[in-house]
Ligand binder design. Structure first.
Ligand code: MG
Length: 358
């Protein structure tokens, strides 16, 4: 009986779909700490928020545009302005809507992610279920997140490490001047496991192996993107010799990239702003696992909106790096939480978020 009622209400929803309201506006994310790399430092990240309303139910989405992704508020809003809201009137039609967006322009993945996330939030709400349940995943299997500590003065580092105490895994950037000192300083304060992200910063496979051997006894879980993303042979050479797993980040965008990477890497880092949203990210996680690759779910600097969407896939991941919302001071939502270091998914329909203000 209950099932019949649910089916009826779903059919009624489908039959009575109202006109679609599609809204978007720029929203600058303010960072709690300046994000320092040797080459630059920044205190804000540009973002665009999206809302899609059907039948007075609103789904929220978000595009985040760190400078290295090559998207901006202008490029995202220009893309979104080309979308005909009527093409979103069946919000369950992810495949058709994604194909429609690809027909507008081939790139603009952050903008597409914003729409796709909003559609997932909306459809999850229409079904009355959070997406991890729709995927059939066990929320209790979501791993602990890593928390990024960037290069700073010894005093500031000590402060950041104290602040990072609730997180069980620390992520650091290497391939920049001062990286070994950063790791040595961290090791003087804590023996928590480390993830190392090189962002393509090592020049040769030999240099990478030498650094990885230095890291080997330092409780490091894996090394992300040690060499240039196009260096498949270098990564294959390194994978054969490295005692630590090698994870692709910049080298992988969508599922189409994955089969060719399996020989060169041990795993992939999936991010919604690279994949174009949750629909593609889920396919990537399933394909990677089928190929025997480890799965990592990452994020950009984002509000709880995009982070909570990505977190719906956390039970499929070996590791997650979902600290984007923890690093900003002006979050618009509450959603996925980190409790005892672990990604904790709320039982809230959609992507699991609640707006902090109307
Ligand atoms: Mg990375």
């Amino acid at each position: 009986m209950k099932k019949i009622l649910l089916l009826m209400s779903l059919l009624m929803t489908a039959a009575t779909l109202q006109a679609v309201t599609f809204k978007y506006y720029p929203y600058e994310l303010k960072l709690r700490h300046a994000f320092n790399l040797a080459s630059m430092s920044r205190t804000t990240t540009p973002g665009v928020q999206v809302g899609i309303t059907v039948d007075s139910v609103t789904g929220y989405g978000e595009a985040s545009m760190p400078p290295y992704l090559g998207e901006s508020v202008e490029s995202v809003t220009a893309f979104l302005s080309k979308i005909d809201p009527e093409r979103l009137s069946d919000p369950f039609a992810f495949e058709q809507i994604n194909a429609y967006m690809d027909s507008i322009a081939p790139g603009n993945r952050a903008a597409k992610a914003a729409v796709d996330i909003a559609l997932h939030d909306l459809t999850g709400k229409l079904m009355g279920q959070p997406w991890h349940r729709i995927y059939g995943l066990d929320a209790s299997l979501a791993p602990c997140t890593s928390y990024t500590i960037s290069i700073d003065t010894p005093e500031e580092l000590a402060k950041k490490l104290a602040e990072s105490e609730p997180y069980k895994i620390i992520k650091v950037k290497m391939g920049v001047p001062g990286d070994r000192e950063l790791i040595e300083t961290i090791r003087r304060h804590t023996d928590r496991p480390l993830c190392v992200d090189v962002n393509q910063g090592w020049s040769t496979p030999q240099e990478a192996l030498e650094n990885i051997l230095w890291l080997e006894d330092k409780n490091v879980l894996f090394v992300e993107q040690p060499l240039a993303k196009g260096d498949m042979e270098g990564h294959a050479w390194l994978k054969e010799r490295s005692p630590l797993p090698i994870i692709a980040d910049e080298a992988v965008q969508t599922s189409a990239d994955i089969p060719a990477l399996a020989r060169s890497y041990d795993g992939i880092n999936i991010k919604l702003m690279k994949s174009g949203g949750l629909h593609e990210a889920y396919k990537m996680a399933v394909l990677a696992r089928a190929l025997g690759l480890k799965v990592m779910i990452g994020c950009m600097t984002e509000t709880s909106c995009a982070v909570s969407a990505a977190a719906q896939l956390a039970p499929l991941a070996n590791w997650v790096d979902l600290d984007g919302n923890l690093l900003i001071a002006n979050d618009l939502f509450t959603g996925m939480q980190i409790i005892d270091g672990k990604v904790t998914l709320p039982d809230t329909p959609g992507i699991g978020i609640t707006p902090r203000r109307q």
